[in-house]
Structure formats: C-alpha cells, structure tokens
Write a protein that binds this ligand. Structure first.
Ligand code: EPZ
Length: 415
C-alpha cells in the first residue's frame, strides 16, 4: 500500500464529515475479544492496515477474525500461543495481545512491537505489570516469551507513568486474573474508558476507568457482545486542522467536541471560528491566522501528542510564533523537514518545534515518516499553493481509513 498522495493545495473545504470509530479504541478491543468465550461484533470499524494486522494476529492465535459487511466479528478462545512476527513486529498495539493470550493459554510467544518512530517506546511497564500478576517473562533479542502455567493473579499495580497501552494491558490481564487488580496512576484517555465499557458489556467488572485508579474484579467468564467503538478524536482533530490550513467551513459530526477540546481551543485562539454542539463541531476560517505562543502536549485531557503535528501544520503560515513542546514522545516532529520543504520557517530542538510563522506555503515533494506526521504533511499541503506529493502513504494508511475520499467530498483535490 505504498505510493504517494497528491494534493493540489489552496482549495477551501466546505461541507460535513462524519468521524469514523477510533483506531486506538478498535485495536485494544480486538485484543480484548480474545478473552471472550464467543466472538464479539465490532460495529463499523475503519479498514486500516493496523486493523488488518490485528486480524492476522487473531487468526494466528486461532481466534475468529472476519469482516461481515461493515462490521468485524472477532475473538473467541485462542488455541495457539505463537503470534506472527511480521504483524506483531510492525505495530505497537500487538503488545496488547500478549496479556489475553497468556491468560487464556498460560503462554504467549510474541515479538517486541513496532510502530511509529516518534521516540523510544519500551514495553517494560506492560511486562512488569504481567510479572507482578504471576507471569514469567523471557526476552531474547526481539522475541518475547511469557508464561504463567497456573494462570494470572490479581495485584496492586502502580504504573510508573500513566501509559495508555500499559493501562490497557493491566485491564486485560486483570479481567482474566484470579481476584482483584488495582491499577494506580492509570491513563485517563477516553479509549481506556471505551475498553472498560466493552469489557463490562462482555461480563467483566471494571470500575474507575477514566480516573487514575481502576479496580478490576477478575475471573469472570466473558462473552462476546455487539459494540460500537468510540469516535476517533484524532481523526476529528485532523479534519479541524485541515480546515484551519485550507480555509473554508466544515461540520465535523459524530464526535463530541469535548474529546478534542484543546485542538478546537487552539484553532479558535489562532483566529478560526468554532461552534460546538452535542456530538458535532463546526470549524471555519476566512482570514489569516495568528501564532499562539507556547503549546504543550500532555496526557488527557491535555493537548494530545498525536494532535501536535496536525496543529503545527495548521499554524505554519500564521503570523507570529508558535512553540510546541511534546512531553510524551521525544521525536514527535519528524515531519518538520517536510514543513520546511513547503516553505515554512520551523526548527526542532529536542522535543520542541518552533514555528516562526508568517511565510506562505508552497507545494513540495515530501515524505511521511510516521502516521500523524504524515497526516500533518497532508494538512499543510492542503493550505499550500501548488501541488505536493507525499510519499510514505503506507504510514497514513495505518490510521486513516477514507481520509482522502472524505477530503475530496469537502472540495480538496487529493488522490
Ligand atoms: C498510545 O500509544 C497510542 N497508540 C498512541 O497513538 C499515542 O500517541 C499514545 O498512546 C499516547 O497517547 C495506541 O493506542 C495503539 P503510552 P502507547 O504507553 O500506548 C512510555 C497514533 O498515532 N512508556 O501512553 O504506546 C512511552 O515511551 C499512536 O495513533 C514506557 O516507558 O503510548 C511514552 O513516552 C502513536 N514504558 C509514554 O510512556 C512502557 O512500557 C506514553 O506512552 C510504556 C510506555
């Protein structure tokens, strides 16, 4: 799925766009489906390469994994503990399958996960949580073997940091473990709440998700359920930033504006107008934007690290400075070289992107090096004069299903 995305910039966007279900919710839900005695039906998930990789992992584990029209039928008990290196090794979320396969089979053989190159992304907190719950962990090179012949037991876990993935691993392991698991310093991201709601709908008992202390009563028998994953707040953020870059006026439907409030607030501060309703937001831009000074990412409900390059792309030609600091990943702004090629005055120092602003953008040939950085290059290209070609389409395909079609329906020239 390589290739380039071609964008003829400078065309304003108008219309209404429906936000799809969130990749970062669907992937953990697919991992959770391994805990279910019968398959779960996920309603309307996006068709993404990361989703297809999760389906390949499920099949390798002997679970069901197939599309039924727009829905996904996935899960049921696993029968094989060896997960495929190709898919596990290229996707961060593959580590989420370790806990449920381990819990169901007493053993899992997997690989250190891959994923976007946005900084060091160890899995030590996942593994430490599982060790505290009775797993033995053996790592040789990229290969990970976890065993727990007598099953997992509940534990009081205090995560070293509020990691989204490690919290998800703790929830999945906690549901399958004997007794009670308490997760302190849990991540607050809404995808955690979505996972907990799914597990509870399957018969689990998870309380406190969405707060920093989650309590799980384990050992309940889980069954499949039909579930619609929450909307993709980063997709919604991408659309909002695209309008801010290209100008126009778009209603972003199907996603509560509260889920990406910091992005909408920044765009408003920069000179866009924003209307917020129940489950929708309208974003518009007519005139020039202004830089917004210092912006810092943080854990939810702060400005999402995934949204940082997108916001940056929207503000590249704003008058005045913007300084973006990413506190979550140390190499978030790999897209800065592409911004520069389009004529932006930017510089990266460590975790900080400086946007000096004030320069109009022009089309350029650029390369996506990660998912959100790639989407940010598309956002910038929509606001640039002339044509751009963005190589590395496969990175963008990991997280955006139908983005190009959606932008075309809003008036963009993209293909
Ligand atoms: C999730 O990654 C998302 N991925 C990321 O989205 C997102 O950027 C990130 O959360 C932060 O919101 C998925 O949900 C599949 P973390 P995750 O564990 O779970 C450190 C996208 O573009 N850490 O919250 O991997 C880590 O290095 C992707 O959709 C450890 O040190 O993120 C980082 O600095 C990119 N050891 C911090 O915690 C660990 O064992 C937060 O990472 C785990 C994490």
């Amino acid at each position: 799925m390589g290739g380039r995305i071609k964008v003829q910039g400078g065309r304003p966007l108008y219309g209404r766009a429906q936000v799809p279900p969130a990749k970062n919710s669907v992937l953990p839900l697919l991992a959770a489906s391994v805990l279910c005695g019968s398959p779960a039906a996920l309603l309307g998930p996006p068709r993404l390469s990361d989703v297809e990789d999760c389906l390949a992992i499920l099949r390798a584990a002997g679970c069901q994994a197939r599309w039924q029209g727009p829905n996904l039928l996935a899960g049921g008990p696993p029968s094989r503990c060896r997960l495929p290196q190709a898919q596990a090794g290229r996707m961060r979320a593959s580590i989420l399958f370790a806990a449920p396969v381990l819990a169901r089979l007493g053993r899992v053989e997997t690989w250190l996960p891959g994923g976007c190159r946005i900084g060091s992304r160890p899995v030590d907190w996942h593994l430490s949580a599982l060790e505290q719950m009775g797993a033995r962990v053996c790592q040789v090179g990229q290969r990970l073997v976890l065993s727990a012949p007598s099953g997992l037991h509940g534990a009081c876990l205090s995560l070293p940091g509020p990691s989204v993935g490690a919290t998800e691993t703790a929830l999945l392991a906690g549901c399958a473990a004997r007794g009670r698991t308490v997760v302190e310093n849990a991540a607050l991201e809404p995808e955690i709440l979505d996972l907990a709601q799914f597990l509870n709908r399957c018969g689990g008992c998870v309380e406190g998700a969405g707060t920093s202390r989650i309590v799980i009563e384990g050992g309940r028998r889980l069954h499949g359920t039909a579930y619609r994953p929450m909307p993709d707040r980063i997709f919604a953020s991408t659309l909002a930033c695209a309008v801010a870059s290209a100008r126009g006026r778009v209603t972003i439907a199907g996603c509560s504006p509260g889920l990406y409030a910091p992005v909408l607030d920044v765009l408003e501060q920069a000179g866009c107008w924003v209307l917020r309703g129940a489950g929708w937001a309208s974003v518009g831009r007519a005139g020039p934007l202004r830089g917004v000074g210092l912006l810092e990412t943080g854990v939810y409900p702060g400005l999402a690290t995934d949204a940082a390059p997108l916001v940056a792309a929207a503000l590249l030609s704003a008058r005045g400075q913007t300084v973006l600091v990413d506190h979550v990943f140390e190499a978030r702004f790999g897209c800065a070289g592409g911004f520069e090629a389009m004529g932006a005055a930017v510089s990266v120092r460590g975790r900080t992107l400086h946007i000096h602003g004030g320069r109009p953008l022009h089309g350029a040939d650029v390369t996506a090096g990660d998912l959100r950085g790639g989407a940010a290059l598309v956002v910038a290209a929509l606001g640039a004069r002339g044509s751009s070609r963005i190589a590395g389409r496969e990175y963008i395909a990991r997280g955006y299903g139908g983005l190009e079609e959606m932008l075309r329906s809003l008036g963009a020239r993209i293909g």
